[in-house]
Design a protein around this ligand. Structure first.
Ligand SMILES: NC(=O)C1=CN([C@@H]2O[C@H](COP(=O)(O)OP(=O)(O)OC[C@H]3O[C@@H](n4cnc5c(N)ncnc54)[C@H](O)[C@@H]3O)[C@@H](O)[C@H]2O)C=CC1
Ligand SMILES: O=CC(=O)O
Length: 313
């Protein structure tokens, strides 16, 4: 950065006047030149080589090649939780600090996971389809009668920001809550081994980041450990769960129902999933409320301000 120049911060979030999120991040980044650019135009931006910070969402990909173009970058600040699109080793080689913002995503994402659990338990999609198709002729049929959640066990894989909120809501519904995560802990409900959690889970909800360790964490073997008639919800990342294996078990009736917000190759949703019964499919909607999106953007901007500290004009 030339001496006395103001630090340039590139923002690939759709924020500002005329966007879905009319937030002015210059307020959070005093002393910086904030440029809102489209994600696709990041490398082509005339100040790409001068930018010291990038504010982006959790879908942002950053490779070695990108970092060579963004050669002045010191900070990448994700307005969200997931950092699975980033080449972490390349960021380290280039001396770039990576921050994420899981806390502000938690309320909306936990609420969405709860919605998927409730929809699955009460077969909401199928019941509504019955009404819309004019097939409701009397009392609801057995195939949309679902199950009670009170007294059922919710198994949480990962017990961070989102899972803890979902767990609290589930307890309020009278569910038993069990959880497993990377390290041992003595919190009530902690189960040491994933297999034991699966065997106990009437409802399984996934809340781990996508890493080499969690890719394929819940596959055919794991799904077969669930009690018959279990529910599976994934709001974490598509590759954590084998969605084909999930469909097999919905097709043959071993699982009651499932809900997905995330997929292997978003926004592509495979035809097999679209054709599977009792499977609610949402478009990665977890944190998509205006309140949460604003909190995520502002938190990410604050993280940039913290990291740049005295470098600001
Ligand atoms: N659908 C959506 O819109 C959203 C999806 N997400 C996804 O949800 C994930 C979780 O979010 P937060 O709860 O905020 O994250 P967090 O960082 O607060 O919690 C992650 C938890 O996973 C555990 N964990 C990590 N690796 C593990 C492993 N190998 N085995 C077992 N546990 C492991 C950690 O110990 C921690 O308990 C994010 O990484 C992101 O991928 C997050 C926000 C919105
Ligand atoms: O998927 C969203 C995130 O914040 O991670």
């Amino acid at each position: 950065m030339p001496p006395h120049a103001r630090p340039v911060v590139l923002v690939t979030l759709p924020v500002g006047p005329g966007s879905g999120l009319p937030v002015d991040l210059t307020v959070d980044l005093p002393g910086c030149d904030v440029r809102v650019v489209g994600a696709a135009g990041l490398l082509e931006h005339p100040e790409a080589g001068e930018a010291v910070a990038l504010v982006c969402n959790a879908q942002q990909r950053l490779t070695e090649h990108d970092l060579e173009r963004l050669r002045s970058l010191k900070v990448v600040s994700v307005a969200g939780a997931g950092t699975d699109g980033m080449d972490l080793a390349a960021l380290e080689r280039h001396g770039v600090v990576l921050r994420n913002a899981p806390a502000p995503t938690a309320v909306a994402t936990a609420e969405l996971a709860l919605a998927l659990v409730l929809m699955a338990a009460r077969q909401v999609d199928a019941a509504q389809a019955m009404v819309r198709a004019g097939k409701w002729t009397g009392l609801p049929f057995d195939e949309v009668s679902g199950r009670d959640l009170e007294g059922a066990t919710l198994g949480l894989v990962g017990f961070g920001h989102i899972a803890q909120r979902l767990g609290a809501a589930a307890r309020a519904l009278g569910m038993r809550v069990r959880h497993t995560h990377r390290s041992s802990c003595d919190e009530p409900g902690h189960v040491e081994h994933l297999d034991d959690l699966l065997r106990a889970s009437d409802v399984l909800s996934l809340h781990v980041p996508l890493t080499e360790e969690t890719r394929g964490l819940v596959g055919p073997r794991e799904l077969d450990l669930l009690p018959p008639g279990a529910i599976v919800v994934n709001t974490a990342r598509g590759p954590v769960l084998d969605a084909e294996a999930l469909c097999d078990r919905l097709d043959d009736g071993r699982l009651l129902a499932a809900g997905l917000d995330v997929y292997d190759d978003e926004p592509h949703v495979p035809a097999r999933l679209l054709a599977t019964p009792r499977l609610t499919l949402l478009p990665h909607l977890g944190s998509a409320t205006p309140q949460t999106r604003e909190a995520m953007a502002r938190t990410a901007a604050r993280h940039v301000a913290e990291e740049l500290g005295g470098d600001r004009g």
